[in-house]
Ligand binder design. Structure first.
Ligand SMILES: NC(=O)C1=CN([C@@H]2O[C@H](COP(=O)(O)OP(=O)(O)OC[C@H]3O[C@@H](n4cnc5c(N)ncnc54)[C@H](O)[C@@H]3O)[C@@H](O)[C@H]2O)C=CC1
Ligand SMILES: CC(=O)C(=O)O
Ligand SMILES: [Mg+2]
Length: 373
């Protein structure tokens, strides 16, 4: 198979779909790889590094899209990239379609085969291709929140851990999955007073076993959520209903009643956000203020630490890229239900139920769509 790696073009996005070591693995399996010039330069990989492992360098994204059977990326294709997709071409990347109708419509129109990292599942109920970036974003959320609380950023002027004699900030983490757990770990490490909410009791048990009495693990009712959010200095939004738009758990009314200068980091923004007043921001301008609450809603947080993030992402995606390349998409997906859950759009049909329902569009079962492809 001929695999193409374009340079990422989202604002301040320096990650790359494949590092040279991954390219080498694919070439060892008998495949060809084309890489857009300077695709890895933001994390220190030159064209020569890719050439050294056997890749061919192409001058533009258009060349890569025109040549490749499968495009491997990081972020959802931007409008100019969507226009370059063609019928029968495989796209393997993050998509986050639920909050993004224009992208969904373009992918349907393209008749390409769109497999989303974030909806691939595993036998333990996890999301193996979302997990590494959720680890990064969860850890970063506390850094971002700590900065948002600084006075120069319109925050309350509070140090997360306080100092002896001065109480720490209260950090409220909504959702105790991969993002929430990593956020809690960092917040505890910085000495904050940490509350974690989830609606899955087993998840709360795990939080309790991991952190003991350093974290309060709270069952997430509307009542509990309101109480803790209104007391918070920093709220981290880390809920997920896989494939679907995030539920708006923190309302505009809550935001109005939060302490002036408090901050929210809505990590779930890539699925539309779990805070009513959230709207996606970029690394160039990460925050804005609503009712004196600092909002940080960057949809590609791991892009800020692209070296760590690219390696972490590639460690997870490589075996799946190899499977797609070796077996072809049909066999690779049909023989593995968990991998098949990654299929969101194929030949103009939507195969992710949550996306189809969210947009009132027709849903086609992935197995049926694949068998008919
Ligand atoms: N902004 C960014 O750059 C990034 C965003 N993300 C996003 O962060 C979000 C969280 O991802 P993960 O932690 O990997 O998901 P996860 O599936 O590991 O955890 C989500 C948690 O939310 C909980 N939850 C669901 N509904 C809830 C409710 N009503 N109240 C309380 N808890 C609830 C679930 O029980 C689960 O424990 C996703 O939207 C993901 O796409 C992930 C990485 C980077
Ligand atoms: C998961 C995601 O949205 C990101 O890594 O940018
Ligand atoms: Mg207020």
């Amino acid at each position: 198979m001929l695999i193409g790696v374009p340079k990422e073009i989202k604002n301040h996005e320096y990650r790359v779909g494949m590092v040279p070591a991954s390219v080498r693995e694919l070439i060892n399996h008998g495949h060809q790889v084309v890489v857009e010039t300077n695709a890895g330069i933001g994390i220190g990989f030159t064209d020569e590094d890719y050439i050294a492992v056997g890749a061919e360098i192409l001058p533009t994204a258009a060349d890569v899209f025109a040549k490749a059977d499968m495009i491997v990326k990081v972020k959802e294709p931007q409008a100019v990239e969507r226009a370059m997709l063609r019928e029968g071409q495989i796209l393997f990347t993050y998509l986050h379609l639920a909050p993004d109708l224009p992208q969904t419509e373009d992918l349907v129109k393209s008749k390409s085969i769109c497999i989303a990292y974030e909806t691939v599942t595993d036998a333990r109920g996890g999301l193996p291709l979302l997990a590494p970036m959720s680890e990064v974003a969860g850890r970063m959320s506390i850094q971002a929140g700590a900065q948002a609380l600084e006075k120069s950023n319109a925050g309350r002027g509070m140090l997360l851990g306080g100092v002896p004699g001065v109480e720490p900030a209260k950090v409220v983490v909504i959702g105790a999955g991969m993002v929430g757990n990593n956020a809690a770990q960092m917040a505890v490490g910085m000495g904050a007073d940490v509350v974690v909410l989830d609606r899955n009791v087993d998840v709360l048990r795990r939080v309790d076993a991991q952190f003991g009495n350093r974290v309060k693990a709270v069952y997430s009712t509307a009542d509990a959520l309101e109480k803790h959010v209104l007391e918070a200095d920093l709220v981290i939004g880390g809920v997920l209903i896989p494939g679907a738009a995030a539920p708006k758990l923190v309302t505009a009314e809550h935001i109005k009643n939060m302490k002036p200068g408090s901050a929210i980091v809505d990590v779930a923004i890539d699925q539309g956000g779990c805070i009513e007043t959230s709207k996606a921001t970029t690394h160039a301008e990460p925050t804005y203020i609503v009712d004196d609450v600092v909002h940080y809603c960057v949809a590609n947080m791991p892009g800020a630490v692209p070296r760590t993030s690219t390696f972490a992402l590639n460690n997870a995606t490589l075996p799946y890229i190899i499977k797609l390349a070796n077996k072809g998409y049909k066999a690779a997906l049909l023989e593995d239900d968990h991998f098949m859950n990654g299929l969101n759009v194929i030949n103009g049909q939507i195969t992710c139920k949550e996306v189809a329902e969210g947009f009132n569009m027709e849903f086609v079962d992935a197995r049926t769509a694949l068998e008919n492809a």
